[in-house]
Design a protein around this ligand. Structure first.
Ligand code: FES
Length: 74
């Protein structure tokens, strides 16, 4: 019986990166897989990382702030 894969989960970390957990392949513009050393990866969304697409922590240095989430509509 095949094992069930865990679902991919992306967490928009407040004032920081997108944390990606689960079996997902990250590729470059040419379609070639990018190196991934950890099960959970942090993708930069401040635009200032020196190791894009991954987060290198620069968001803290520059004071990157995300917008507060809007309440869900009923
Ligand atoms: S989100 Fe961490 S360096 Fe951009």
């Amino acid at each position: 019986m095949p094992e069930r894969e865990e679902p991919v989960r992306i967490v928009a970390y407040p004032n920081g990166p997108l944390l990606v957990r689960g079996p997902v392949e990250i590729v470059g513009p040419d379609g070639a897989p990018l190196p991934r050393r950890r099960r959970t990866v942090a993708l930069c969304r401040c635009g200032k990382s020196t190791i894009k697409p991954y987060c290198d922590g620069t968001h803290k240095v520059i004071g990157f702030v995300t917008e507060p989430e809007e309440p869900a509509e009923d």
